[in-house]
Design a protein around this ligand. Structure first.
Ligand code: GTP
Ligand code: MG
Ligand code: ZN
Length: 291
Protein backbone atom coordinates (compact mmCIF):
# COMPACT_ATOMS: atom_id res chain seq x y z
CA UNK A 1 0.00 0.00 0.00
CA UNK A 2 1.39 3.40 -0.98
CA UNK A 3 1.54 6.29 1.50
CA UNK A 4 1.57 10.01 1.02
CA UNK A 5 0.65 13.41 2.35
CA UNK A 6 -2.54 15.29 1.51
CA UNK A 7 -1.46 18.65 0.10
CA UNK A 8 -4.76 20.04 -1.15
CA UNK A 9 -8.50 19.41 -0.80
CA UNK A 10 -10.87 20.48 -3.55
CA UNK A 11 -14.59 19.67 -3.48
CA UNK A 12 -14.45 16.03 -2.58
CA UNK A 13 -11.02 15.30 -4.04
CA UNK A 14 -7.68 15.20 -2.29
CA UNK A 15 -4.32 15.71 -3.91
CA UNK A 16 -1.89 13.29 -2.32
CA UNK A 17 1.84 13.60 -2.74
CA UNK A 18 3.46 10.17 -2.72
CA UNK A 19 6.80 8.84 -3.88
CA UNK A 20 5.76 8.93 -7.50
CA UNK A 21 4.27 12.41 -7.61
CA UNK A 22 0.87 13.91 -6.91
CA UNK A 23 -2.33 11.92 -7.41
CA UNK A 24 -5.88 13.15 -7.32
CA UNK A 25 -7.68 10.86 -4.88
CA UNK A 26 -11.14 10.20 -3.64
CA UNK A 27 -11.72 9.09 -0.05
CA UNK A 28 -13.05 5.57 0.43
CA UNK A 29 -16.84 5.52 0.71
CA UNK A 30 -16.99 4.28 4.30
CA UNK A 31 -15.11 7.34 5.61
CA UNK A 32 -18.23 9.45 5.62
CA UNK A 33 -20.27 6.81 7.40
CA UNK A 34 -17.59 6.35 10.07
CA UNK A 35 -17.09 10.07 10.56
CA UNK A 36 -13.51 9.96 9.29
CA UNK A 37 -12.41 13.29 7.86
CA UNK A 38 -9.43 13.92 5.66
CA UNK A 39 -7.44 17.08 6.32
CA UNK A 40 -4.67 18.75 4.40
CA UNK A 41 -1.50 17.55 6.10
CA UNK A 42 -2.83 14.08 6.76
CA UNK A 43 -0.62 11.11 6.09
CA UNK A 44 -2.73 8.61 4.21
CA UNK A 45 -2.53 5.17 2.67
CA UNK A 46 -3.89 4.94 -0.86
CA UNK A 47 -4.48 2.53 -3.68
CA UNK A 48 -3.10 3.93 -6.92
CA UNK A 49 -5.38 3.97 -9.95
CA UNK A 50 -3.58 4.42 -13.24
CA UNK A 51 -0.74 6.91 -13.08
CA UNK A 52 -2.49 10.01 -11.69
CA UNK A 53 -5.40 8.93 -9.51
CA UNK A 54 -6.09 6.89 -6.43
CA UNK A 55 -8.35 6.04 -3.53
CA UNK A 56 -7.49 6.96 0.04
CA UNK A 57 -7.99 3.83 2.10
CA UNK A 58 -6.80 4.98 5.50
CA UNK A 59 -5.99 8.17 7.39
CA UNK A 60 -2.97 7.49 9.60
CA UNK A 61 -3.04 8.74 13.22
CA UNK A 62 -2.52 12.49 13.50
CA UNK A 63 0.26 14.03 15.55
CA UNK A 64 -1.84 17.17 15.95
CA UNK A 65 -4.70 19.04 14.38
CA UNK A 66 -5.57 22.73 14.06
CA UNK A 67 -9.13 23.92 13.55
CA UNK A 68 -8.27 27.36 12.16
CA UNK A 69 -6.79 26.91 9.69
CA UNK A 70 -7.91 23.28 9.27
CA UNK A 71 -4.72 21.25 8.89
CA UNK A 72 -3.05 18.23 10.48
CA UNK A 73 0.51 17.28 11.40
CA UNK A 74 2.23 20.65 11.44
CA UNK A 75 5.36 21.47 13.44
CA UNK A 76 5.15 25.22 13.47
CA UNK A 77 2.51 27.93 13.16
CA UNK A 78 3.59 31.26 11.71
CA UNK A 79 1.17 33.62 13.39
CA UNK A 80 1.01 36.36 10.75
CA UNK A 81 -0.54 39.72 11.71
CA UNK A 82 -0.07 43.12 10.12
CA UNK A 83 0.99 46.04 12.31
CA UNK A 84 -1.38 48.26 10.26
CA UNK A 85 -3.92 47.81 7.43
CA UNK A 86 -5.63 45.90 8.85
CA UNK A 87 -4.85 47.38 12.27
CA UNK A 88 -3.33 44.97 14.75
CA UNK A 89 -5.76 43.21 17.07
CA UNK A 90 -3.56 42.08 19.93
CA UNK A 91 -6.54 40.12 21.26
CA UNK A 92 -6.79 38.01 18.08
CA UNK A 93 -3.01 37.69 17.96
CA UNK A 94 -2.87 36.42 21.53
CA UNK A 95 -5.76 34.09 20.85
CA UNK A 96 -4.13 32.64 17.74
CA UNK A 97 -0.92 31.96 19.67
CA UNK A 98 -2.83 30.19 22.42
CA UNK A 99 -4.82 28.10 19.92
CA UNK A 100 -1.53 26.85 18.47
CA UNK A 101 -0.17 26.00 21.91
CA UNK A 102 -3.37 24.19 22.86
CA UNK A 103 -2.99 22.06 19.72
CA UNK A 104 0.56 21.27 20.78
CA UNK A 105 2.18 23.25 17.98
CA UNK A 106 4.93 25.79 18.42
CA UNK A 107 3.96 29.35 17.38
CA UNK A 108 6.19 32.14 16.10
CA UNK A 109 4.97 35.69 15.56
CA UNK A 110 5.46 37.44 12.22
CA UNK A 111 4.44 41.12 12.26
CA UNK A 112 4.03 42.35 8.69
CA UNK A 113 3.92 45.78 7.03
CA UNK A 114 6.73 47.17 9.16
CA UNK A 115 7.32 49.60 6.27
CA UNK A 116 3.97 51.24 7.06
CA UNK A 117 4.31 51.44 10.87
CA UNK A 118 6.48 53.61 13.14
CA UNK A 119 9.65 51.64 13.83
CA UNK A 120 9.57 52.10 17.62
CA UNK A 121 5.97 50.93 17.86
CA UNK A 122 6.74 47.83 15.73
CA UNK A 123 9.70 47.03 17.94
CA UNK A 124 7.69 47.56 21.14
CA UNK A 125 5.12 45.01 20.01
CA UNK A 126 7.73 42.54 18.81
CA UNK A 127 9.44 42.67 22.21
CA UNK A 128 6.20 41.83 24.02
CA UNK A 129 6.14 38.47 22.25
CA UNK A 130 9.83 37.85 22.52
CA UNK A 131 9.51 38.33 26.28
CA UNK A 132 6.82 35.65 26.25
CA UNK A 133 9.46 33.30 24.87
CA UNK A 134 8.25 33.18 21.27
CA UNK A 135 10.37 34.00 18.28
CA UNK A 136 8.96 37.28 16.97
CA UNK A 137 9.98 39.09 13.79
CA UNK A 138 8.91 42.25 12.03
CA UNK A 139 8.95 42.06 8.23
CA UNK A 140 8.40 44.40 5.30
CA UNK A 141 7.46 41.93 2.60
CA UNK A 142 7.28 44.26 -0.36
CA UNK A 143 10.87 45.31 0.31
CA UNK A 144 12.03 41.81 1.14
CA UNK A 145 13.01 42.76 4.70
CA UNK A 146 12.99 39.83 7.10
CA UNK A 147 12.31 37.07 4.56
CA UNK A 148 15.56 35.21 5.19
CA UNK A 149 14.93 35.17 8.94
CA UNK A 150 11.52 33.62 8.31
CA UNK A 151 13.09 31.07 5.97
CA UNK A 152 15.54 30.02 8.68
CA UNK A 153 12.69 29.59 11.18
CA UNK A 154 10.84 27.31 8.80
CA UNK A 155 13.69 25.05 7.83
CA UNK A 156 13.13 21.33 8.31
CA UNK A 157 9.55 21.78 9.48
CA UNK A 158 5.98 21.62 8.27
CA UNK A 159 4.81 25.21 8.68
CA UNK A 160 1.41 26.84 8.34
CA UNK A 161 0.38 30.49 8.36
CA UNK A 162 -2.45 31.65 10.63
CA UNK A 163 -3.92 35.13 10.86
CA UNK A 164 -6.57 37.51 9.57
CA UNK A 165 -7.39 38.25 5.95
CA UNK A 166 -5.13 40.92 4.49
CA UNK A 167 -2.27 40.30 6.94
CA UNK A 168 0.08 39.23 4.15
CA UNK A 169 0.12 35.44 4.52
CA UNK A 170 0.13 34.76 0.78
CA UNK A 171 2.54 37.64 0.21
CA UNK A 172 4.90 35.97 2.68
CA UNK A 173 4.57 32.60 0.94
CA UNK A 174 5.25 34.24 -2.43
CA UNK A 175 8.27 36.07 -1.05
CA UNK A 176 9.68 32.76 0.20
CA UNK A 177 8.92 30.91 -3.03
CA UNK A 178 8.13 33.24 -5.96
CA UNK A 179 7.30 30.28 -8.22
CA UNK A 180 4.12 29.68 -6.19
CA UNK A 181 2.43 32.74 -7.70
CA UNK A 182 -0.30 32.74 -5.08
CA UNK A 183 -3.06 35.25 -5.47
CA UNK A 184 -2.81 38.27 -3.17
CA UNK A 185 -5.58 40.72 -2.35
CA UNK A 186 -6.00 44.36 -1.50
CA UNK A 187 -7.15 45.53 1.90
CA UNK A 188 -10.44 47.39 1.60
CA UNK A 189 -9.91 51.02 2.55
CA UNK A 190 -13.50 51.44 3.53
CA UNK A 191 -13.77 48.65 6.07
CA UNK A 192 -10.04 48.23 6.76
CA UNK A 193 -10.18 44.48 6.27
CA UNK A 194 -8.81 41.96 3.81
CA UNK A 195 -11.00 40.46 1.11
CA UNK A 196 -10.66 36.75 1.86
CA UNK A 197 -8.48 36.19 -1.18
CA UNK A 198 -7.12 32.75 -0.26
CA UNK A 199 -9.92 30.19 -0.23
CA UNK A 200 -8.22 26.88 0.55
CA UNK A 201 -5.49 25.43 2.66
CA UNK A 202 -2.67 24.22 0.49
CA UNK A 203 0.69 22.72 1.35
CA UNK A 204 3.78 23.45 -0.70
CA UNK A 205 7.11 21.70 -0.46
CA UNK A 206 9.83 24.34 -0.33
CA UNK A 207 12.78 22.03 0.26
CA UNK A 208 13.32 18.37 1.01
CA UNK A 209 12.00 18.58 4.59
CA UNK A 210 10.48 22.04 4.58
CA UNK A 211 6.80 22.61 3.87
CA UNK A 212 4.63 25.69 4.03
CA UNK A 213 0.84 25.82 3.96
CA UNK A 214 -0.95 28.95 2.83
CA UNK A 215 -4.44 29.26 4.27
CA UNK A 216 -7.50 31.52 4.32
CA UNK A 217 -7.57 34.30 6.90
CA UNK A 218 -9.97 34.13 9.82
CA UNK A 219 -11.45 36.63 12.25
CA UNK A 220 -13.00 34.29 14.78
CA UNK A 221 -11.53 31.61 16.94
CA UNK A 222 -12.75 29.59 19.89
CA UNK A 223 -10.28 28.51 22.55
CA UNK A 224 -10.88 25.03 23.85
CA UNK A 225 -9.59 25.58 27.37
CA UNK A 226 -11.02 25.75 30.89
CA UNK A 227 -11.33 29.35 32.11
CA UNK A 228 -9.34 28.47 35.24
CA UNK A 229 -6.47 27.15 33.15
CA UNK A 230 -6.29 29.97 30.63
CA UNK A 231 -3.72 31.78 32.83
CA UNK A 232 -1.28 28.90 32.35
CA UNK A 233 -1.08 29.72 28.65
CA UNK A 234 0.36 33.18 29.33
CA UNK A 235 4.05 32.44 29.84
CA UNK A 236 4.72 36.12 30.58
CA UNK A 237 2.52 35.89 33.71
CA UNK A 238 4.35 33.00 35.35
CA UNK A 239 7.02 34.90 37.26
CA UNK A 240 4.58 37.51 38.56
CA UNK A 241 2.13 34.77 39.55
CA UNK A 242 4.64 33.52 42.10
CA UNK A 243 3.89 36.59 44.19
CA UNK A 244 0.11 36.11 44.04
CA UNK A 245 -1.49 35.45 47.44
CA UNK A 246 -2.26 31.85 46.61
CA UNK A 247 -1.73 29.18 44.01
CA UNK A 248 -4.56 29.09 41.55
CA UNK A 249 -5.04 32.88 41.68
CA UNK A 250 -7.01 33.76 38.56
CA UNK A 251 -5.56 37.28 38.37
CA UNK A 252 -9.04 38.75 37.98
CA UNK A 253 -10.52 40.10 41.23
CA UNK A 254 -8.08 38.80 43.81
CA UNK A 255 -6.51 41.22 46.30
CA UNK A 256 -2.74 41.69 46.08
CA UNK A 257 -2.54 39.82 42.78
CA UNK A 258 1.05 39.83 41.52
CA UNK A 259 0.03 39.70 37.87
CA UNK A 260 -2.27 42.72 38.19
CA UNK A 261 0.47 44.62 40.00
CA UNK A 262 3.04 43.80 37.30
CA UNK A 263 0.59 44.88 34.59
CA UNK A 264 -0.04 48.19 36.38
CA UNK A 265 3.70 48.76 36.69
CA UNK A 266 4.23 47.90 33.02
CA UNK A 267 6.29 44.78 33.66
CA UNK A 268 3.57 42.77 31.95
CA UNK A 269 2.27 44.43 28.76
CA UNK A 270 -1.13 46.01 29.31
CA UNK A 271 -2.37 44.51 26.04
CA UNK A 272 -1.51 41.02 27.26
CA UNK A 273 -3.34 41.49 30.54
CA UNK A 274 -6.31 42.99 28.67
CA UNK A 275 -6.38 39.96 26.35
CA UNK A 276 -6.28 37.66 29.34
CA UNK A 277 -9.26 39.32 31.03
CA UNK A 278 -11.28 39.48 27.84
CA UNK A 279 -10.62 35.81 27.02
CA UNK A 280 -11.26 34.74 30.60
CA UNK A 281 -14.72 36.31 30.59
CA UNK A 282 -15.45 35.04 27.09
CA UNK A 283 -14.67 31.46 28.09
CA UNK A 284 -16.43 31.86 31.43
CA UNK A 285 -19.62 32.94 29.71
CA UNK A 286 -19.49 29.96 27.37
CA UNK A 287 -19.04 27.65 30.35
CA UNK A 288 -22.03 29.17 32.14
CA UNK A 289 -24.18 28.53 29.07
CA UNK A 290 -23.06 24.93 28.94
CA UNK A 291 -24.32 24.00 32.41
N1 GTP B 1 3.32 47.66 2.52
C1 GTP B 1 3.22 46.35 2.72
N2 GTP B 1 2.18 45.68 2.19
C2 GTP B 1 2.08 44.37 2.41
C3 GTP B 1 3.03 43.66 3.19
N3 GTP B 1 2.64 42.38 3.26
C4 GTP B 1 1.51 42.28 2.53
N4 GTP B 1 1.16 43.46 2.01
C5 GTP B 1 -0.04 43.76 1.20
O1 GTP B 1 -1.19 43.36 1.94
C6 GTP B 1 -2.22 42.97 1.06
C7 GTP B 1 -2.82 41.65 1.49
O2 GTP B 1 -1.85 40.65 1.33
P1 GTP B 1 -2.23 39.08 1.16
O3 GTP B 1 -0.94 38.35 1.11
O4 GTP B 1 -3.19 38.87 0.06
O5 GTP B 1 -2.96 38.80 2.55
P2 GTP B 1 -3.47 37.38 3.12
O6 GTP B 1 -3.08 37.34 4.54
O7 GTP B 1 -2.99 36.29 2.24
O8 GTP B 1 -5.08 37.53 3.03
P3 GTP B 1 -6.22 36.40 2.79
O9 GTP B 1 -5.75 35.48 1.70
O10 GTP B 1 -7.43 37.19 2.42
O11 GTP B 1 -6.39 35.70 4.11
C8 GTP B 1 -1.61 42.95 -0.33
O12 GTP B 1 -2.01 44.13 -0.99
C9 GTP B 1 -0.11 42.95 -0.07
O13 GTP B 1 0.63 43.56 -1.09
C10 GTP B 1 4.12 44.41 3.76
O14 GTP B 1 4.98 43.88 4.50
N5 GTP B 1 4.16 45.74 3.50
MG1 MG C 1 -3.94 34.84 1.16
ZN1 ZN D 1 -2.88 36.71 40.58
Amino acid sequence: MAQGRVIRAISGFFDVQGDDGVRRCRARGVFKKNGVTVLVGDQVAYEPIGSREGIITEVLPRVNELIRPPIANVDHVLVVFSLVTPDLSTLMLDKTIIAAMLAGVRPSVILTKADLAPADEAERIRCIYEQCGYTALTVALKEGVGIEEVRRLMKGRVNVVAGPSGAGKSTLANALAPNLRLQMGEVSEKIGRGKQTTRHVELFQLEQDTWLADAPGFSQLQLDVDSRELRLHFPDFQEAAESCPYRGCLHIDEEDCGVKRWAEQGNIAQSRYDSYRQLYFEIREREMNEY
